[in-house]
Design a protein around this ligand. Structure first.
Ligand code: M6R
Length: 596
């Protein structure tokens, strides 16, 4: 995800090295292009930006020589629009008097850009950060002072983002946010603002967390908060933070896996805003609708999302789709491919070799390749005819968590659209996910002691929760090194039931429609001395029959799988830590598998 940093100094300074260092501290978020802008007291803007990694671009464009009293650095993680020099940030307004950069997504970017072009502004990119600059330019050109122009622009820009902007001839920077994070700090001789605490910490520990509906004004001598609503001053004490650099990059969490689990409500919210506003979703639906056969192809966690997606598509759109593990796509389906067949290739990294090989084999037989991916600029993106982003930002931890959530949500969204249903109900998901984390994490702790020494268990699901059981079992194997097999609950009695002895743990993931069926399975385990752990909505039958019940918020059968995966992620995480492993970097594994 993109990151922004801005600084205002009391006297002209060599800002280039400061901006490069701040940029490096933002880089853990993942990015594909980088840019710096400095404003000098003489009234000029020096803007340098390009695609590439910060050290390489900084050396090539000589960021180190940039000077001024105000500076902005931005690292861009592309969502829509390929990474390019034009789309790199910061951006200028039409006359080159304003310079600004954002992170996050402005969801009405397309409409605003068209409006600004029609009004005669010079628009140089398709990036929504540039739209933010023009949104302010519009009101500055109408004669409003900066603060007033920003207040008005704020009302025009929809989405989740943070934005920083400066104007020649002034000594200030201004920043505000909607949804995304923004923190300001005050140091000796400098005022600072950033999307991320780590880029501020080297300067100061005295910070202000900017809230939605506030504009922060950075001046050589200090910081002022103003209300967007009426421009009135907001009084707030600085807070003195104790986080270290490393803590801050993990956002105070002990591991990236836990941080990324907690990021799921926010990322889901961003995905929904993005898809609600994106014309690409409808185009994708049309392509999938028109397919002769529709294949959903992925590996590991991404394959589990495909399995869930196939059930959503059948149930909500009456559209059969064939979920398949990428390496099996070639022997099982490629020989039978024909005109009109479509493959939706699902991958967090967009670099998984098994997925790319499957795509190439399919394309050679006339398959139309589509993508659902997290890394914009990845090989998969360039190989597909159309794609949708997962908008999760950088997933650092090897176990996929937030990207699974948004893959599942993307499939649900597409299935509802394809079936002609409203997607409005999906907006309950972010809050339900928050509730799920709060409710289930404490419920998991009592299980950890009993399960930490266990090297063998099952995780069972049925229907919509079958892919969730597979995903839970994969998480468990990946980070605890225990053998955990995921399977269809009804298959358990066809063989694996023989493994059950006194205390043998079996997890049942239960959708609200499947309680009766699951209760039978639970009893098959408990009457043989096994320990049945159920994950589902509160239900007297589950409560009475299972040893443990991890209660999910009531959400109905369609949303239930998205919630059910959360306690499984948390359980895997907590067991990994209890067993003394590093869940972020499990042995023998790599985040991106570019090998056979
Ligand atoms: O980047 P991809 O989504 O293509 O990766 C596929 C799998 O390697 C990946 O999902 C893997 O199974 C995860 N580490 C599981 O948590």
């Amino acid at each position: 995800m993109c990151g922004i940093f801005g600084i205002v100094t009391a006297k002209e300074t060599a800002l280039g090295p400061i901006l490069v260092e701040a940029g490096r501290r933002l880089s853990y978020r993942g990015y594909d292009s980088v840019g710096c802008a400095t404003l000098s007291p003489g009234g000029t803007i020096d803007l340098r930006k390009d695609v590439g990694k910060i050290d390489e671009v900084a050396e090539r464009l000589r960021f180190g020589e940039m000077r001024g009293t105000r500076g902005i650095v931005q690292l861009r993680w592309a969502t829509f629009g390929a990474p390019s020099q034009a789309n790199a940030q910061p951006h200028l307004d039409s006359d080159g008097d304003l310079v600004g950069a954002h992170n996050g997504n402005v969801v009405n970017n397309v409409e605003l850009r068209e409006r600004f072009i029609a009004e005669g502004m010079t628009v140089r990119s398709t990036n929504d950060g540039e739209t933010c600059v023009h949104a302010v330019e519009r009101y500055v050109d109408q004669g409003y002072p900066m603060l007033e122009a920003i207040r008005r622009a704020h009302g025009d820009l929809q989405g989740d983002y943070a934005f920083v902007i400066g104007r020649v001839g002034e000594e200030r920077l201004y920043a505000f946010k909607k949804g995304s994070g923004l923190v300001a700090g005050i140091a000796d001789g400098a005022a600072l603002v950033s999307s991320d605490l780590p880029s501020i910490l080297p300067f100061t520990r005295r910070v202000l967390r900017v809230e939605d509906g506030e504009i922060v004004v950075l001046e050589p001598g200090g910081i002022e908060l103003r209300r967007v609503e009426d421009g009135a001053r907001v009084e707030r004490e600085f807070e003195v933070v104790s986080e270290t650099m490393e803590d801050a990059q993990r956002g105070g969490y002990p591991h990236f896996m836990l941080k990324e689990i907690h990021e799921q409500p926010g990322r889901a919210r961003e995905l929904l805003h993005l898809y609600d506003a994106s014309p690409h979703v409808e185009a994708m639906v049309e392509r999938m609708k028109g397919a002769r056969n529709l294949y959903l192809v992925g590996c590991g966690t991404s394959y589990h999302a495909c399995l869930l997606g196939a059930t959503y598509l059948a149930r909500l759109a009456g559209r059969p789709a064939i979920p398949v593990l990428a390496p099996q796509f070639v022997p099982q389906y490629v020989p039978a491919l024909g005109p009109g067949d479509v493959g939706l290739f699902v991958s967090q990294s967009g670099e998984t070799k098994d997925v790319l090989l499957a795509l190439e084999a399919g394309v050679a037989r006339g398959l139309e390749p589509l993508g659902l991916l997290n890394v914009i600029g990845s090989t998969l993106m360039y190989k597909t005819r159309a794609y949708l982003p997962l908008a999760c930002g950088y997933e650092i931890s090897v176990p996929a968590t937030k990207t699974f959530m948004n893959q599942a949500l993307a499939f649900l969204y597409l299935a509802l659209k394809m079936g002609g249903h409203s997607t409005a109900d999906l907006h309950r998901i972010p809050e339900l996910l928050e509730e799920t984390i709060v409710a289930t994490d404490p419920a998991i702790f009592p299980l950890v002691d009993g399960l930490a020494g266990c090297d063998d268990l099952y995780c069972l699901g049925y229907g919509l929760t079958y892919p969730i059981a597979l995903e839970g079992a994969l998480k468990m194997k990946e980070v605890t090194y225990a053998h955990c097999e995921g399977m269809l609950s009804t298959e358990f009695k066809h063989g694996p039931l023989s493994a059950v002895t006194e205390g043998y743990p079996v997890i049942f993931v239960c959708g609200p429609e499947d309680v009766a069926r699951v209760v039978s399975g639970v009893n098959e385990v408990t009457c043989r001395g096994g320990r049945a752990i159920a994950i589902g909505e509160e239900d007297p039958r589950l409560r009475a029959n299972a040893h443990d019940l991890i209660v999910l918020p009531k959400a109905g059968p369609l949303l239930n799988p998205l919630l059910a995966v959360v306690p499984l992620q948390l359980l895997a995480y907590r067991l990994s830590v209890a067993r003394g492993y590093d869940p972020d970097f499990p042995r023998n594994l790599s985040k991106t598998l570019t090998v056979d």
